[in-house]
Design a protein around this ligand. Structure first.
Ligand SMILES: [Fe+2]
Ligand SMILES: [Fe+2]
Length: 270
């Protein structure tokens, strides 16, 4: 099974890049399942129900969120109706939706999609991501009741994402970091067979400060003063993430970085 994961969609340019290119990417690279993090897809903060519907209609198979999961309030209701959207497992106990979803593929295979939030340098303290995922995984067995398990590790610190990858190595098919929006070059298969990358990068305009128009972030760094809201940068987006081929035992056989269109294009598919 070939899985493509794409990091945080930032704003309109990121959404457009998905809508325009996703079918081409799926066909040219023979992808079976596409997962996209969309926590910044609507004006850089959260995901509206309209934008979620658009992404799913265009061919995205599953959407993950993050600390911005409910920045668009309508997601509180929408996530209860749409099983293809996953919020963090260790979010507030009263949060709507689910942090892990089992999805049935057309070929009869099953894939579990889960997301955890890190605790280091995040704006509010969330509960232990290791414990939350350990608990969830008690219900599943790779190559038993599930064919693949994908984990979105949504965290600020590279060390915490490294630790999550190593801790779950061999028990899940992929652990991929999100939230920092800059792709890391450590794509690899860990010793026990889990495909890993510390950060997938974003689907957004890289001529920016992590996807946002650069003027306001630079002002805030230099002066500590806020003048206006952050707005997503609007130049051409790069689709950024990784591909992994998952074998019949649920572990990764091959993995490679994926960067298509925009400033970081390395795919050479055109
Ligand atoms: Fe993000
Ligand atoms: Fe985030």
């Amino acid at each position: 099974m070939r899985i493509l994961f794409l990091g945080d969609i930032v704003g309109r340019t990121g959404r457009q890049a998905i809508l325009v290119n996703i079918e081409t990417v799926r066909n040219k690279l023979d992808i079976d399942f596409i997962i996209v993090n969309a926590e910044n897809a609507t004006s850089g903060a959260g995901l509206s129900s309209n934008h979620a519907t658009e992404l799913l209609r265009a061919g995205v198979d599953c959407i993950t969120l993050g600390d911005h999961a409910f920045d668009q309030q309508e997601m509180m209701e929408y996530i209860e109706k749409e099983p293809r959207i996953v919020r963090p497992l260790n979010y507030s106990k009263s949060a709507p939706g689910s942090g892990a979803r089992l999805i049935n593929l057309h070929n009869g295979k099953k894939i579990l999609i889960a997301q955890v939030l890190g605790q280091v340098f995040m704006k509010r303290p969330f509960s232990d991501p290791f414990e939350a995922l350990d608990f969830e995984l008690r219900k599943y067995n790779l190559n038993g009741n599930v064919n693949a398990i994908f984990v979105d590790a949504h965290a600020e610190a590279t060390s915490e994402k490294n630790a999550l990858g190593q801790h779950f190595d061999g028990r899940v098919s992929m652990v991929v970091g999100t939230h920092t929006h800059v792709p890391t070059s450590d794509t690899r298969i860990l010793p026990k067979g889990t495909a890993y990358q510390t950060d997938a990068g974003m689907c957004g305009d890289y001529q920016s400060v992590i996807g946002m128009d650069k003027i306001e972030p630079i002002r805030r760094f230099r002066t500590g003063m806020t003048k206006e809201r952050f707005k997503p940068a609007c130049g051409e987006a790069t689709l950024s993430g990784l591909i992994a081929d998952i074998g019949s035992d649920g572990l990764a056989e091959k993995t490679m970085p994926f960067r298509y269109k925009g400033l970081l294009n390395q795919q050479g598919m055109d």
